[in-house]
Design a protein around this ligand. Structure first.
Ligand SMILES: Nc1ncnc2c1ncn2[C@@H]1O[C@H](COP(=O)(O)OP(=O)(O)O)[C@@H](O)[C@H]1O
Ligand SMILES: CSC[C@H]1O[C@H](OP(=O)(O)O)[C@H](O)[C@@H]1O
Length: 396
């Protein structure tokens, strides 16, 4: 019996992944296939199958019944694979040029078979090596605006929006975000992870009631504001890029949440990268940060003008109200991401990879101070320039 006929979960190996590929008939008959497991993320297996005759490849991503980074002591739903497949397809309806094509999926095996993007580089890795990816922020601004507007109540019939919100109910993965981004870093929790040199700054966060109150409000917004079908984990490690092309992968955290969360995570990761660079080399990243919002604002506004479903979109001032809410959420979520990636579980290579200890600690202190300022000032600041300017000065 073939692996597909069994209709039951089993973790793939490089051998069974090749057998599965043959069963799916995705390569010509004369192919010579080889396979490597290339997953470098926290959660899943990723098999890269290549055909040396026709020089083509495919990717099979498989969820494990636990979080790979921790092991079997952290069980995790296999349903995340279906969520990922369906989110890639749903977002692909609006931005096919910015997501990988899905060739096949199987709920029992928890796999997504998709386009091989190996000709591109993970944006985080490229940025660390000094690449600037001129199209990155325009593409991501467009990705966010189109996927989020098109899955919101401004574009969908209320029955369809609510059907999608049920289809993409993702409680286990949301709980990870609720804990790791919005809760643990603000308390003395065992999952936190930081250098002793940061203890004073971290304890100041734990004692800062005003900051914790704002983090609580942001967490509530994440849990309750079912505005659009989010990617849910839009960091620079979830984006493939080149000089001309951008592709967003890994939407297993997708669910109906606040629009500012995707924008905030992306901008937050650009800020994390900016503070890892010497000041003289930050300008190109600051331009990406500002351009992300500019492009998002422009495409979202364009879609808003075309919307015929929600009568209130024609009421003067409503669009500005919505965009102001999204902007304020964006700053707050970016601030939470800066703090969690610095002192919580699951750091970023941009900061942890700084070999010189003094420079690493200085960059991390800057990330924490900027994170706090973004959270506390999110309803006061009306542009990202203020946050960028603060990086040259004292931030809290
Ligand atoms: N479509 C793809 N094409 C080529 N490589 C991929 C593709 N999808 C994932 N990868 C590789 O696998 C790694 C982990 O994938 P990712 O979806 O981020 O997994 P996880 O959910 O475990 O974080 C990526 O960093 C990338 O190197
Ligand atoms: C133990 S889950 C921590 C972290 O991992 C996820 O990232 P990725 O799947 O891209 O490796 C997500 O960001 C979670 O917050």
């Amino acid at each position: 019996m073939t692996i597909l006929q069994k209709k039951q979960y089993e973790p793939l190996t490089v051998e069974t992944a090749v057998n599965l590929t043959k069963e799916l008939d995705l390569f010509p008959e004369n192919s010579i296939l080889s396979c490597r497991e290339i997953g470098d993320g926290n959660l899943n297996y990723v098999f890269h199958i290549t055909d040396s005759i026709n020089e083509k490849g495919i990717i099979i991503k498989q969820a494990l019944p636990y979080a790979k980074v921790v092991g079997e002591s952290w069980p995790l739903t296999l349903k995340r694979s279906t969520i990922e497949t369906n989110a890639l397809k749903k977002h692909g309806e609006f931005v096919p040029q910015l997501v990988p094509e899905v060739y096949h999926s199987d709920e029992d095996l928890a796999i997504t078979v998709m386009e091989d993007l190996s000709h591109l580089t993970i944006a985080r890795e490229g940025l660390i090596k000094g690449q600037s990816y001129p199209k990155l922020s325009s593409h991501i601004g467009e990705y966010i605006a189109r996927t989020l507007f098109s899955t919101s109540d401004f574009a969908l019939h209320p029955f369809e929006k609510k059907r999608l919100a049920v289809e993409f109910s993702n409680p286990e993965l949301c709980k990870i975000t609720e804990d790791l981004i919005f809760t643990d870093p603000f308390f003395d929790h065992e999952t936190n992870d930081f250098e002793p040199e940061l203890r004073e700054d971290v304890e100041a966060i734990w004692k800062n009631n005003a900051l914790k109150l704002e983090a609580a409000k942001l967490k509530l917004s994440f849990i309750t504001d079912a505005e659009a079908l989010l990617h849910g984990d839009l960091h620079t490690g979830s984006i493939f890029a080149s000089e001309t092309e951008t592709k967003v992968i890994d939407p297993e955290f997708a669910f109906y949440g606040p629009i500012g969360f995707d924008i905030g995570l992306f901008i937050g990761n650009l800020f994390l990268h900016a503070v890892s660079r010497e000041e003289a080399h930050r300008a190109v990243i600051f331009e990406h940060i500002e351009n992300t919002w500019t492009v998002f604002h422009s495409v979202f506004s364009e879609l808003w003008e075309q919307s015929n479903l929600e009568v209130y979109t024609k009421v003067e001032g409503y669009k500005e109200y919505i965009l102001q809410k999204i902007f304020s959420d964006t700053l707050g979520f970016a601030g939470c991401e800066l703090i969690r990636r610095t002192i919580g579980l699951s750091h970023v290579k941009d900061l942890d990879g700084i070999a010189d200890k003094d420079k690493r600690i200085a960059a991390k202190k800057q990330a924490l101070a900027l994170g706090e300022a973004l959270i506390l000032n999110r309803n006061k600041w009306n542009s990202l320039t203020v946050a960028i300017t603060l990086l040259g000065e004292k931030t809290a």
